[in-house]
Design a protein. Structure first.
Length: 158
């Protein structure tokens, strides 16, 4: 068996889907652009959410080699990927990613700790869906834009 081959068992309608790590992602360095972003927001001191359009974002994904070296082993599966997601304002979030598959397409599902950010990336098409929840998520926003938010965006990486 090729050493790059990993079997990920996903019970989807009783089937087993093989997952192989992708050599194209041996060195993560992706630039990602959102196509559309939307969500809900409540202003600080108010109750109830209102629909909101957020500015489409750009972010960079890079593998965190320090986390890879220090955190893989007994507590993490060997196919866990640790990524640093950095936005246009140089705000960084550390993500822990696990391989996933659906409809025979492969990718990663990533979250931070505590889980306020989620990123799902299709490694074949480089399409992504990202969601974020919580006021602390927007810590680079001015005071007049604080409050709690939830948003979802989708786009593509290159």
């Amino acid at each position: 068996m090729h050493p790059k081959f990993v079997l990920l068992i996903i019970l989807t309608w009783g089937s087993i889907i093989p997952y192989s790590s992708l050599s194209a992602f041996d060195s993560w360095n992706l630039e990602c652009d959102a196509i559309d972003t939307g969500g809900f927001h409540n202003d600080a001191g108010t109750e109830g959410y209102r629909a909101a359009l957020f500015t489409r974002g750009k972010f960079r994904l890079e593998e965190n080699l320090v986390f890879k070296k220090m955190l893989t082993g007994e507590t993490h599966a060997p196919n866990t990927v640790f990524l640093t997601m950095t936005d246009a304002k140089d705000m960084s979030i550390e993500l822990q990613c696990h391989p996933v598959a659906a409809n025979l397409e492969k990718g990663f599902s990533c979250v931070n700790t505590p889980p306020s950010e989620m990123l799902v990336l299709n490694t074949g098409t480089l399409r992504f869906t990202r969601s974020s929840i919580g006021g602390w998520t927007f810590n680079s926003s001015p005071v007049e834009q604080t409050g709690d938010s939830i948003y979802v965006e989708y786009g593509r990486c290159k």
